[in-house]
Design a protein around this ligand. Structure first.
Ligand code: XIL
Length: 457
């Protein structure tokens, strides 16, 4: 683009050369700097927020300016101006050029006005609008991901109709988003409620979809009666053993894997979170829970699952130190789950790869267990822009590429935490809108889904 500009500038003389090459300083037609006091054109920034039909211009203030003049053309000679920018005049330093055509290069020329006077010189920028979005490919994820399971978080109220169609077309593993947690399965002392968990497990079995169990012990889903447990520590431990044994036995051979303990470490320090389980069972409560799980189902895969695992070095280290210690002492553990609640703009590839490698360098499985990629991490968008959808697509592609590139022996599953955007847990969690998932609310695939497919190419 810059090359084109310079070529045309040679044709047109110095005005454009100076506009493009110098940008910050206005030039005379002979190439000399403006004399002080003459009216300068604004310095125009590279257009931002470029979409299929619009882009945003910003420019510098100019001393003495009463207005700025914007001309938009589809040719570099400015002979074919685009209405209503022929010219458009305003007193501001920001303007959105709208109602443009897809996939078109636009030339923008700006001058300064001072009352009736117009700056003799101008500055020019160029922007090309995005191509008209074509239909996204609908290739089924599970057909392309042949070396690991593609997982989806589910709820019992989301297993029929279009949810069911997408689930059976695309996914070969499911995780209960909340219905296989302790507060749901064991709401009252001595009284289990497996209504919802049974429904999810039966759904998986009926549709040939594997079930990842999540999560037996999690501080955020501990029933009140457990938090307020009245008995002795010995009674508490016996109760937890009985709970784990009951649940794991019930789903023995039906649930492929369990997040037995979820989020045990504190942010930043890697210290054990001081949950009721730690308080009443001691620092070794995790290994007790893992052992009871193994005793109840010798074949089930046992995971430790946590968030911020790629960015919180202390938490990752604590998790790996624990796993190393367990392996050394024959305490069962098969893998580590990185939740992967991330954003389109971070963490970056090297950070994710580096953390993943620490797991895959060991004899451990790696699960990307709750992937969602925030498009609106700063809460400054009211709809998903095309540009942001493209950025999100790139991040989905990157994450899948990273996962797909780990050694086969470490591969387990990549699970996405929700289906359609309006159902994401993040809306409640953060209190504002986002579009972190792979499907639009009409269940059509987003660019994010295309990114997932591209990551598998
Ligand atoms: C969330 C679910 O998405 C919500 O539906 C539920 O109300 C609360 O839990 N880390 C985890 C998940 O391990 O279990 C959490 O899921 C999200 C954060």
């Amino acid at each position: 683009m810059k090359e084109n500009m310079i070529r045309s500038a040679w044709k047109q003389g110095w005005v454009l050369v100076c506009a493009v090459v110098l940008m910050v300083s206005a030039c005379g037609e002979d190439g000399s700097k403006e004399e002080a006091g003459e009216l300068l054109p604004p310095t125009v920034d590279t257009p931002t927020d470029v979409a299929g039909d619009q882009f945003v211009l910003t420019w510098s203030k100019v001393t003495g300016a009463t207005k700025f003049q914007i001309e938009v053309a589809i040719d570099e000679d400015f002979s074919q101006l685009v209405e209503p920018y022929d010219p458009w005049r305003l007193n501001a330093t920001r303007f959105t050029v709208t109602e443009l055509d897809y996939g078109t290069t636009y030339y923008v020329r700006m001058r300064t006005e001072r009352d009736d006077e117009l700056s003799a010189y101008s500055n020019v920028v160029v922007a090309t609008t995005l191509d008209e979005p074509g239909p996204e490919p609908t290739t089924a994820l599970k057909e392309v991901a042949t070396t690991f399971a593609v997982g989806m978080a589910v709820q019992t109220s989301r297993l029929t109709g279009e949810h069911h169609e997408v689930l059976t077309r695309e996914f070969d593993q499911i995780t209960a988003e909340w219905e296989m947690k302790m507060s749901v399965m064991y709401p009252t002392e001595g009284v289990y409620d497996f209504t919802r968990s049974d429904q999810i497990v039966e759904y998986g079995e009926a549709n040939d979809i594997a079930i990842h169990g999540h999560a037996l012990i999690w501080h955020s889903s501990t029933p009140t009666w457990v938090e307020d447990f009245a008995g002795t520590n010995e009674e508490f431990e016996a109760m937890v053993k009985e709970y784990i044994t009951t649940v794991v036995t019930r789903y023995k051979g039906r649930v492929r894997s369990w997040d037995v303990v979820n989020e045990a470490f504190q942010d930043g320090s890697g210290q054990l979170r001081n949950t009721v389980f730690r308080q009443k069972m001691g620092d070794d409560y995790i290994e007790k829970c893992y052992q009871w799980t193994r005793d109840a189902d010798p074949d089930v895969l046992i995971f430790y699952n946590d968030y911020n695992m790629t960015t919180d070095a202390a938490k990752l280290k604590a998790s790996l130190d624990m796993a190393d210690d367990f392996v050394a002492r024959d305490v069962p553990i098969d893998g580590i789950g990185f939740q992967m609640h991330i954003a389109y703009n971070g963490p970056d590839r090297a950070t994710i790869e580096g953390a993943a490698k620490k797991v895959t360098d060991r004899d451990l499985l790696l699960h990307f267990s709750e992937l969602d990629i925030r498009a609106n991490p700063n809460d400054n968008m009211s709809s998903l822009t095309e540009q942001r959808a493209i950025d999100q697509q790139a991040k989905y592609k990157e994450v899948v590429e990273i996962y797909n590139a780990i050694p086969e022996t470490s591969k387990f599953a990549l699970t996405v935490w929700g289906m359609i955007d309006s159902e994401t847990w993040l809306t409640d969690f953060h209190g504002y809108v986002d579009w972190p998932l792979m499907y639009n609310d009409d269940f059509s695939v987003k660019k994010a889904h295309t990114g997932f497919l591209q990551g598998l190419e």
